[in-house]
Ligand binder design. Structure first.
Ligand code: T46
Length: 132
């Protein structure tokens, strides 16, 4: 079974342009408690390199592209995100890295909880131990 879960959103666009609407517990599998976005990522910069103990998130590349590497401690998968109607589910205990951001990339992230640094596992060896 693939460890990457892509959620497809309905496009409500028409001849005026695009519109995608996201509702908690309908389009994403949790109540949305926080939204953040990542823009203007410098060339060659990679982000992420952590897992969350409890947080669940959905990331959507609403402009441009970037690559996600997802790792559950057993398998690793890479996925290119470049479509505003597709979100990648970042489940709890999934080590994730984001690479190869295009200059125009806007990565929108919906999160199930407030920011809490103690929820992060930022050391890969600790992640592997906890994932077992
Ligand atoms: C994730 C990936 C996809 C806050 O103070 N509040 C926030 O809501 C967030 C997201 C970050 N921060 C602070 C924590 C750091 O001092 O902003 C700084 C940069 O965060 P970080 O280095 O964790 O950024 P990324 O891009 O490596 O990871 C982010 C999220 O933090 C993380 O939860 O899953 O995007």
């Amino acid at each position: 079974m693939s460890l990457v879960k892509i959620i497809e959103f309905k496009s409500l666009g028409d001849d005026r342009g695009h519109l995608v609407a996201l509702e908690g517990n309908r389009d994403v599998p949790f109540d949305i408690k926080r939204v953040y976005y990542i823009t203007d990522t410098m060339k060659g910069v990679a982000r992420g390199f952590h897992a969350h103990k409890n947080l669940i998130q959905v990331a959507i590349c609403i402009r441009g592209r970037c690559k996600f590497i997802m790792d559950d401690g057993v398998q690793k998968e890479e996925v290119l995100m470049n479509n505003q109607t597709k979100g990648i589910l970042i489940d709890k205990m999934q080590w994730h890295e984001m690479h190869d951001f295009s200059h125009d990339c806007i990565l929108l992230v919906l999160a199930s909880d407030n920011y809490e640094e103690s929820d992060y596992i930022r050391n890969y060896d600790d992640f592997i131990k906890l994932a077992k």
